[in-house]
Design a protein around this ligand. Structure first.
Ligand code: SAH
Length: 237
């Protein structure tokens, strides 16, 4: 009788235990990712490293990709889209330098991972996704994770979010072939935008666009990248 009770107890506890173990494995993988892919490549801002440690990237990919969530590469999410490689997320975040006073805009919510990282650092995050299915899913996930400083919208991010402008930082995570004029308009003076620009289907550059005090733009090419294209149309909210 006693043995049976012990066995039942073990059976009941096993799933809890294995969940705790896999959670520990994910944490270890996250720490390794930060050390090898971010820190050792020269990104040392402790606030950003902390944010990357806090956001559980494996929750933003499907079950089939969770084991690879902390790998040094982009991963597929639904609808033929991708979640960027952790290093690219880190670079783009560093470049716009979000802090607790800043309001930032992201174009291409996708899984919601980049938005979550930004939300750990900035005062407010506005994020726009054109694909309604992805938009719904990421909005629910970000809400379930308790983020109260993220506003999600379904629509064409080319147009930005005029009612909430100006933004101190703008991150575009899909590639247009030119800088959308509405985004330039909505960037605050002194603000920074990071955006991949595609010159052909295989050639893209990550660009830093700064709006200087005199209102002029300063553009700097950062690194070659490969993002999914920015598509146009769709204005559902
Ligand atoms: N930042 C995301 C990855 C984005 S992948 C993450 O952290 O997971 C690029 C996303 O941009 C895709 O989800 C795609 O649907 C979206 N997208 C493409 N064109 C868009 C547009 N015009 N406006 C808003 N989102 C767009």
């Amino acid at each position: 009788m006693k043995l049976a009770r012990t066995l039942i107890l073990i059976l009941l506890l096993t799933p809890l235990l294995s969940e705790a173990i896999s959670e520990a494995a994910f944490t270890a993988a996250r720490e390794k990712m930060i050390k090898e892919q971010i820190l050792e490549r020269g990104i040392t801002d402790p606030r950003l490293l902390n944010a990357l440690l806090k956001v559980k990237r494996h929750l933003f990919v499907g079950p089939a990709f969770q084991a690879d969530a902390y790998g040094d590469f982009p991963l597929p999410i639904e609808e033929g889209q991708t979640i960027s490689q952790p290093y690219i997320v880190a670079i783009m975040t560093t470049v716009i330098a979000p802090d607790y006073k800043k309001k930032v805009l992201e174009i291409g919510t996708g899984s919601g991972y980049q938005a979550a990282v930004l939300a750990e650092l900035a005062r407010e995050v506005y994020t726009i996704e054109i694909n309604p299915k992805l938009a719904r899913k990421s909005k629910e996930l970000l809400k379930s994770l308790g983020y109260r400083n993220i506003r999600c919208r379904t629509g064409d991010g080319y147009l930005g979010w005029p009612e909430a402008a100006p933004f101190d930082g703008i991150i575009v995570t899909c590639a247009p072939d030119h800088i959308p004029p509405p985004l330039i308009e909505q960037l605050a003076v002194g603000g920074r935008m990071v955006i991949p620009i595609s010159y052909s289907t295989t050639v893209q550059d990550l660009l830093l666009v700064e709006k200087l005090a005199n209102g002029k733009l300063k553009k700097t090419n950062l690194i070659p990248v490969l993002f999914v294209p920015l598509i146009r149309g769709g204005d559902a909210r």
